[in-house]
Design a binder for this molecule. Sequence first.
Ligand code: RB5
Length: 156
Amino acid sequence: MAMHKLAIGNDHTAVELKNEIKAYLEEKGYEVVNVGTDSPERFNYPISGYKVAKLVQAGEVDGGILICGTGVGISLAANKVEGIRAVVCSEPYSARLSRMHNNTNIVAFGARVIGPETAKDIVDAWLGAEYEGGRHDARVAMLTEIEQTQSLAAAE
Ligand code: RB5
């Protein structure tokens, strides 16, 4: 199902890029809920990762966008929340395939890694793709099994 309402979060390294991506998406008609920091003061990325993840988990938004220096810490935080599949990437191919094959519900990238135009390409690729289901369902279900049981029957 196409995403229309998104949450966006960031740390102090990514205020400018967050604002540019938010404006870009709003121009395209998306509703974007900003839960990140708007200040250059040092800000702990797990807070934004967690907030966006909880909005996605609750179904209050269709998906999330997270930006820190590398995209790594903030995506790790989001992936600790049950039901979240956050991808961190630096190019659009992985973003697109992460929707089609892994049913990711959050995309993350690094403000110190990529520029705004690549970030827009990534967001476009991610939002433009749909989960394919089918053969991918069993694998995504395994991710959920690991998350919920801390074990994986198929690997025993
Ligand atoms: C902040 O210095 C930096 O550690 C953070 O933005 C991010 O890159 C962490 O993964």
